[in-house]
Ligand binder design. Structure first.
Ligand SMILES: [Zn+2]
Length: 424
């Protein structure tokens, strides 16, 4: 019976790897086709803001990324096949000359290190060839290496003690270990979210308060009206690494803040900065960070419960092609192998995220001028060479932001005064 179970799991797992891969390539090709179809003409709604040359550059850039992405999908499917069905992970586990908890920790470190090394060429190519070709890259090889080393050091500093703690809990706590492990990991994650804006992000970038003669008063008025503190608005020197522009909100409690990329500010008029700031403040006002934290905590609880249930089931390990029953293997399976099953609900998460963008837009339309948000957004699209057209199915799966056209149509309703909440 046990044997039959693991056999069926193997068949299902293997089928998922292959089906997911084919489906993702299919989505990517659909997107390439949709972009090609619009190559000769800027959609009418954007014609006054985006030139044909900018439009075609955006399509060429997106297509180049998609084509690289297709090779990467192929590579990643190959890796999954290597690690699991071809038993690469099992061989790695057996080969490590450690015992007890050290072996479990070493296994996850070794796996992560190998993955990072063999994926490095993709990052190098993406940055120094693709981004470079389209004029976005500002990273020097030196800074690229320094960034990686800092990332590694942080990963080791936080990751290794965390792994020891989790495995210690696993072997000492009995059948309810997963509840304790969940609580410890949750506390740790909250700590990181809180720490990130003020301690971790500044290791990579400089943050200065957003200032400027004309801007300052208006920003202060807007920020106070929305119930925040003007000291929570920062500019980040993103131009050190790339000329892509953006803005984001992060942290909670005392560390929450809105961050503008300096690359974005250069291109925007005062009104557009205010409108985009209002959008980000909308995310904070509508509590989007705590809401996503709660969702991810519930999912994580479910994951730990499942871990607790499957931890001693031999068929589960054998079903994913590793015969060793150990906490390190269990964590690896949950962090790597099981993503093939969780791929399918991803459109749901993307849908929630797109709804929140609409909510933040609606907030911005009330606190600032919707016309300014539209022109600011279109500048973002243009400067980042993001195409304003997309394939619908592709967008449903991958896009955390609604298609440009939908966002702008809703904002136009505000201008005409035809909606109360941005939901026509
Ligand atoms: Zn947003």
């Amino acid at each position: 019976m046990e044997h039959l179970f693991s056999y069926y799991t193997q068949v299902i797992f293997l089928s998922f790897i292959i089906i997911n891969h084919l489906f993702e390539v299919y989505l990517s090709r659909r997107q390439v086709t949709a972009l090609e179809r619009h190559r000769t003409e800027v959609p009418q709604e954007f014609a006054s803001n985006i030139s044909l040359a900018d439009h075609q550059r955006a399509i060429a850039y997106a297509t180049a990324k998609l084509r690289l992405g297709q090779w990467k999908l192929f590579w990643e499917a190959g890796l999954l096949l290597y690690w699991f069905p071809l038993r690469g992970a099992e061989k790695l586990y057996v080969a490590l000359p450690f015992v007890d908890l050290h072996k479990e920790v070493a296994f996850l470190i070794a796996f992560t290190a190998v993955q990072m090394l063999i994926n490095l060429p993709w990052a190098i190519y993406g940055t120094f060839v693709l981004e470079e070709r389209f004029g976005f890259n500002r990273l020097t090889p030196r800074l690229f290496i320094i960034d990686r080393l800092k990332g590694l050091a942080l990963g080791a500093l936080f990751g290794i003690p965390l792994l020891y703690t989790l495995f210690y809990i696993f072997v000492t706590t009995g059948p309810w270990w997963w509840v304790v492990a969940f609580l410890v990991l949750t506390g740790f994650q909250l700590f990181l979210v809180w720490l990130y804006p003020t301690v971790i992000a500044p290791l990579f970038n400089k943050f200065t308060p957003l200032e400027g003669e004309e801007l300052k008063d208006k920003i202060e008025a807007l920020v106070q009206r929305a119930g925040f503190n003007a000291r929570e608005v920062f500019v980040m020197d993103a131009s050190r690494r790339s000329s892509h522009g953006n803005a984001y909100f992060t942290g909670f409690g005392k560390t929450k803040r809105v961050v503008f990329f300096d690359t974005l500010l250069r291109d925007l008029k005062v009104g557009e900065v205010l409108a985009i700031l209002a959008h980000e403040l909308g995310h904070m006002k509508l509590r989007h960070i705590p809401k996503s934290l709660i969702t991810s905590l519930m999912l994580s609880f479910l994951g730990f419960w499942l871990m607790g249930t499957l931890a001693q089931q031999n068929w589960f390990y054998a079903g994913h092609f590793i015969r060793a029953v150990s906490p390190g293997v269990l964590f690896l399976l949950f962090s790597q192998a099981l993503s093939v099953y969780t791929f399918w609900p991803t459109p749901l998460g993307a849908w929630i995220s797109r709804r929140r963008e609409f909510e933040a837009d609606a907030f911005a339309a009330k606190e600032a001028r919707p016309e300014d948000l539209i022109s600011g957004l279109l500048k973002l699209y243009r400067e980042n060479a993001s195409p304003v057209v997309t394939d619908r199915l592709y967008s449903h799966f991958y896009h955390s932001h609604p298609p440009a056209l939908e966002r702008i149509r809703r904002l136009e309703l505000f201008i005409k005064g035809e909606t109360r909440k941005g939901l026509p």
